[in-house]
Design a protein around this ligand. Structure first.
Ligand SMILES: *[C@@H]1O[C@H](CO)[C@@H](O)[C@H](O)[C@H]1NC(C)=O
Ligand SMILES: *[C@@H]1O[C@H](CO)[C@@H](O)[C@H](O)[C@H]1NC(C)=O
Length: 307
């Protein structure tokens, strides 16, 4: 039930982001998020450009989380569907539990004109296993909204045991909260954090998202030069220089195309720095990032010039 809430909660931040375009990471771009206060450390890398694949790995004393984000876009004229591929993985080593789930389809409506809004629909299937085999399964259905906004953002879920018996039911909205049980006896198990008051001026970002681009002086010498925080276009956009950001973005894209051409001319392929391909074709951390960061330190290593 809690893992389902965690998986659903990942969609909440998209509610205020329908109007904004995401930043496309550059091939080889990396990102780290070291949060001792929250007990985790996270790394991400853009490992492929065509098709775009972003991969991440997060570890804590109590869990390991990893996923690669790949998708197919389908244009429908007025809307665009984003169909994700690949799985999200979570392990709780203290309990020997392992969870694996897929994502649902996202759709951005009114991409060309009018008020943009985002919808997620389809089935998320969470498989729970231990070293002993399959334990339980949770199916969460993201409902498609009907005309007039009925069912907007609604989800409903069901946890079944290994014999297929329903042991828990869930319902709520991915944009707001999730409840365990059936009315009238329900318990709230997750509620989205309130948005910062001025989020509309800040690209609809949550408090957490606005903190991610922060570049403290002490952090600068520790990061690889490929870290997102060094991206000049993103920095300028944060500082409100939209024209400057656009200029830098174009320059960075030209550089990326040049690197691609050099690789092609030499019949070489790009090799990711901190991730490798697993047997099942998913991307996993190669486990070197934090060790290299400590010794010899990224300032003593070579990185491609991405911007
Ligand atoms: C790990 O789990 C324990 C028990 O639930 C909790 O007290 C602790 O804060 C957790 N530690 C981290 C780093 O999340
Ligand atoms: C992991 O990546 C590092 C840095 O790119 C590389 O030197 C190393 O050979 C890789 N290690 C493994 C175990 O794949």
């Amino acid at each position: 039930v809690y893992i389902a809430a965690f998986a659903v909660s990942a969609y909440a931040c998209s509610f205020t982001r329908a109007g904004g375009k995401p930043f496309n990471p550059i091939l080889g771009e990396t990102y780290e998020c070291l949060r001792p206060d929250k007990g985790f450390r996270f790394i991400a890398e853009q490992v492929s450009h065509h098709p775009p694949v972003s991969t991440c790995h997060c570890e804590s004393k109590n869990y390991t989380f990893w996923q690669d984000v790949r998708w197919k876009n389908k244009f429908w004229g007025k809307s665009m569907e984003i169909v994700p591929m690949g799985f999200t993985h979570l392990e709780l080593p203290g309990f020997g539990d392992r969870y694996e789930w897929s994502k649902v389809t996202s759709c951005i409506h009114n991409i060309l004109s009018g008020q943009r809004w985002i919808e997620h629909y389809g089935e998320m299937s969470i498989k729970h296993s231990t070293t002993m085999g399959d334990v339980s399964h949770c199916k969460v259905t993201f409902l498609k909204s009907r005309s007039g906004g009925l069912n907007a953002n609604e989800v409903e879920g069901m946890v079944t045991d290994s014999d297929g018996r329903v042991i828990h039911s869930l319902f709520g909205k991915w944009s707001e909260a999730l409840y365990l049980g059936k009315p009238p006896s329900v318990t709230c198990i997750w509620r989205a954090n309130p948005m910062p008051e001025d989020h509309e001026q800040y690209y609809g970002f949550t408090q957490f998202a606005t903190e991610l681009n922060e570049l403290e002086e002490g952090l600068k010498p520790l990061l690889p030069l490929t870290d997102t925080r060094f991206r000049p276009d993103q920095r300028l956009l944060e500082e409100g220089d939209i024209a400057g950001a656009e200029e830098q973005k174009e320059r960075i894209e030209v550089l990326q195309r040049e690197r691609r051409r050099v690789l092609q001319e030499n019949s070489m392929t790009h090799s990711p720095r901190f991730f490798k391909r697993a047997e099942d074709d998913s991307w996993v951390s190669n486990g070197t990032y934090w060790d290299l960061r400590k010794d010899p330190g990224f300032s003593k290593q070579e990185f491609p010039v991405l911007w």
